[in-house]
Write a protein that binds this ligand. Structure first.
Ligand code: SF4
Length: 351
């Protein structure tokens, strides 16, 4: 690890003032940042510890029905908050399918949003990687790339975004509240992560010194609570990133789809909202045929970036399945999860 300055901010204004210094990074649980520092990929000159900032660890239900989740709320605390889990079940399901129990207890909302790709070449300083060192090339293009992107990639980078949490957030139109040297602003979670294009080193839409202070999920998203699921396919059942995943939510009127939400994970450098598929489903009868067509539309622009053609069909299948289980209704208990907020037992439901 390189030498760095350590600043423990006592309030948000102090943290933002300290972050104006080039080479500064905010530090919360550090579940990704410390890994990046240990292997030399991240070499910040200044670490600003925001773990003790007041007011960022609250879950607030606003008068208009929106929920506002502070940046420092821990993943487990959010998933097990019973009103939150009942209102936004696919978000709770996504949180509980991520990482391990220990990591979920430490990891924060903002940290989950800001985590970096798990492309192995990105973490290996001997490999060419445009995301880490612009202009150096991309060893993944002709290397081990079976888990890399099938949507939105460029010849400069084929990495995927690893978050589960962000996938239903994008589907449900969640907003990120930011505060920076030039004041507050808001952006949709969908606009937070960048596709690589010719500048894969530009990972998010954050401006220098900007800090995520909260996440807001709009009240309208609660209308999907009865039919919302997050499904994740991975290479082992815990502590693994998604090969592909899907968040599906339906608002059903009889057997007709009033509105649909659909986003995919593990397929691109950002959570992938499938708006064309959503539009196609609107007003149609909820049938397996309609779900198959929606899956085809969602993956219409997919193309392999290497040895990963299989991911396209896998993604179609998980979209069909996510829509189908969402139609069945959000279950009271989800025994397939390693730990479920829907358990009738207190605490985790280990199966
Ligand atoms: Fe780097 Fe992206 Fe290529 Fe991976 S896919 S080596 S992160 S440029």
């Amino acid at each position: 690890m390189n030498r760095f300055d350590y600043v423990r901010a006592t309030n948000v204004a102090e943290a933002i003032a300290a972050a104006v210094e080039p080479g500064s990074v905010y530090f919360a649980a550090g579940t990704n940042l410390l890994d990046l520092m240990k292997c030399g990929v991240a070499q910040p000159g200044r670490i600003i510890d925001v773990t003790r900032l007041p007011g960022l660890d609250r879950i607030e239900w606003l008068a208009d029905g929106d929920v506002r989740v502070g940046a420092m709320v821990r993943n487990s605390d959010l998933a097990y908050e019973s009103r939150f889990a009942r209102t936004f079940p696919s978000v709770a399901e996504a949180l509980l399918s991520g990482a391990s129990a220990q990591l979920r207890n430490a990891a924060t909302v903002a940290g989950n949003l800001m985590q970096d790709t798990r492309c192995a070449y990105f973490y290996d300083l001997e490999s060419a990687c445009n995301r880490r060192l612009p202009g150096s090339g991309c060893d993944a293009l002709h290397g081990q790339n079976r888990l890399h992107a099938v949507l939105g990639w460029s010849e400069h980078c084929i990495a995927t975004h690893p978050s589960d949490f962000c996938v239903p957030l994008v589907a449900l139109d969640a907003i990120v509240e930011l505060l920076g040297p030039h004041g507050p602003r808001e952006i949709p979670v969908e606009a937070l992560h960048m596709l690589p294009g010719s500048t894969p080193e530009r990972k998010t839409a954050l401006l220098p010194g900007e800090m995520i202070v909260a996440l807001r999920i709009p009240a309208q998203a609660a209308g999907f609570a009865g039919h919302a699921r997050y499904l994740k396919l991975r290479e082992r059942t815990s502590y693994a990133f998604a090969v592909v995943s899907a968040a599906a939510a339906l608002n059903i009127d009889g057997d007709t789809i009033h509105s649909a939400r659909l986003a995919l994970g593990g397929v691109a450098a950002k959570p992938w909202r499938a708006r064309d598929a959503e539009a196609w489903l609107r007003g149609r009868r909820a049938t397996t045929g309609a779900f198959a067509k929606a899956a085809d539309i969602a993956l219409a622009e997919a193309r392999p970036s290497g040895d990963n053609t299989f991911k396209i069909e896998l993604a179609r299948r998980i979209v069909r399945r996510a829509l189908s289980v969402a139609l069945d209704g959000t279950p009271a208990i989800m025994p397939a999860l390693p730990a479920s907020p829907f358990s009738t037992l207190a605490g985790a439901n280990h199966v």
